[in-house]
Write a protein that binds this ligand. Structure first.
Ligand code: ZN
Ligand code: ZN
Length: 127
């Protein structure tokens, strides 16, 4: 396995599939996430700026958690994130329910095409 520099701390590490930062930074990230989640559990409806100040985690990161669906927007954060397709307010993720259904349909057909392309050349080699 090839070594990579961690984009956060520049340390060398061997990346596992789906991991882009070193285990140390990942642990730190996880701790920050837990802090935010814990804070939100105790302070429902807190404003994102307050959450960021209280936990020391940047608003950018908190937004990222929301986009990834790890956190849900609380009452005080209403209208913070919007569906990337139709602009409706959503609580987490990238799309509203309607659009995410559409996207997942498109995505699975994309995957199917990719599968065909991937399998194509192999079949040629067999010939
Ligand atoms: Zn690192
Ligand atoms: Zn939408």
């Amino acid at each position: 396995m090839s070594l990579k520099n961690c984009p956060k701390c520049k340390r060398l590490f061997s990346p596992k599939p789906g991991h882009f930062i070193c285990p140390e930074c990942e642990k730190q990230d996880e701790q920050e996430f837990q802090k935010v989640r814990e804070y939100l559990r105790k302070n429902r409806g807190a404003d994102i700026n307050v959450v960021s100040e209280e936990t020391g985690v940047s608003t950018k990161k908190i937004l990222k958690y929301l986009r990834e669906g790890k956190l849900e927007v609380s009452e005080g954060m209403k209208d913070l994130i919007k569906c990337e397709k139709c602009g409706v307010s959503i609580r987490n993720g990238q799309f509203c329910r309607k659009c995410s259904e559409e996207v997942s349909k498109q995505f699975s057909s994309l995957l199917a095409v990719e599968q065909i392309e991937k399998n194509g050349p192999k079949m040629h080699i067999r010939k």
